[in-house]
Design a protein around this ligand. Structure first.
Ligand code: NCD
Length: 304
């Protein structure tokens, strides 16, 4: 039985198989409409979420399965002091697979160790967000036709953004990737990541201004400033509008550069960019459902 804690839990070949399955689901959803009849997905969300939880639920419903769960810690027994280990042992009696989001880094891993059903990390603190990464990789593969051989700019809150950490982690396994990290100095990508890139001989630059590097990019991954992970509101207010991608800046970008964003967007992409064909963040959300369908099928199979 397999869990998904980190995008690296799957080899590059296994990811390719998962993405092939996701693309087959996209091409012929009816073929999968009853693939999970009689199976249940539990969504255990100890931290707010809209799209991750609902995309998991939509994925299971599209497969003909059912869903149960909670969407905030206050409405679960965690508010009575129950441990994640105990909760998952109980959930194992109710469901066939579980997606868990938790503000504490490593909590889904603790759950997986005790679980009798596959556990999917749906985001743990500022650490990892593997299913968002699978979504990002599938979007890039489907729309660019390749994973590798590109310059990717990651822009915004590179310090607290777990989607950024997860994506970098996953991309370093592909060839010829050049990273441009675009952030204010206070929100730079953590040292453990740049240390790791240097160790592996992967090239990167750190810059402050988006305008200076946008013309070099094949992909631009925008992120919001992670308000909930700031220690004080003043810093958040000072940094929140540091980047605003607008039509003017898009004029300097390559004609085939793609703009991705894990969403939710706050102000970092002006709505006037939404109609630009290079803005693919809403398509990305759709790919998120296909890839979660593929993941649920794959992990359930591993537990049969
Ligand atoms: C991301 C997250 O939760 O980390 N959202 C998501 O799952 N699509 C990004 C974010 O909240 O900024």
């Amino acid at each position: 039985m397999r869990h998904l804690m980190n995008p690296l839990d799957f080899s590059v070949e296994e990811l390719d198989m998962l993405f092939d399955l996701a693309e087959d689901i996209e091409a012929d959803p009816a073929k999968y409409a009853h693939a999970c009849t009689g199976r249940k997905l539990a969504t255990c969300f100890y931290e707010p979420s809209t799209r991750t939880r609902l995309s998991f639920e939509a994925a299971m419903l599209n497969l003909g399965g059912q869903v149960l769960g909670f969407s905030d810690a206050g409405s679960s027994s965690a508010s009575k002091g129950e441990s994640v280990s105990d909760t998952i042992r109980v959930i194992s009696c109710y469901a066939d697979i579980c997606a868990m989001r938790h503000p504490k880094e490593g909590a889904p891993m603790v759950a997986a160790e005790r679980s009798r059903i596959p556990v999917i990390n749906a985001g743990d603190g500022g650490h990892q967000h593997p299913t968002q990464t699978l979504t990002d990789l599938l979007t890039i593969r489907a729309l660019k036709g390749r994973l590798g051989n590109f310059t990717i700019g990651l822009c915004g809150d590179l310090k607290f953004g777990r989607t950024v950490h997860s994506l970098i982690n996953a991309l370093i396994r592909y060839t010829d990737i050049h990273f441009i990290f675009i952030s204010p100095p206070e929100l730079k990508v953590p040292d453990y990541i740049t240390d790791m890139l240097r160790e592996k001989g992967i090239t990167y630059e750190e810059v402050i201004r988006l305008e200076d590097s946008i013309s070099q990019l094949d992909l631009l991954y925008m992120t919001r400033v992670q308000r909930e992970r700031f220690f004080n509101e003043e810093d958040y207010v000072r940094l929140k509008d540091f980047y605003i991608l607008n039509k003017e800046k898009m004029k300097s970008a390559k004609p085939d550069m793609l703009v991705l964003h894990p969403l939710p967007r706050v102000n970092e992409i002006s709505v006037e960019v939404d109609d630009d064909p290079r803005a693919v963040y809403f398509k990305q959300a759709q790919y998120g459902v296909y890839v979660r369908m593929a993941l649920i099928l794959t992990l359930l199979k591993s537990a049969d």
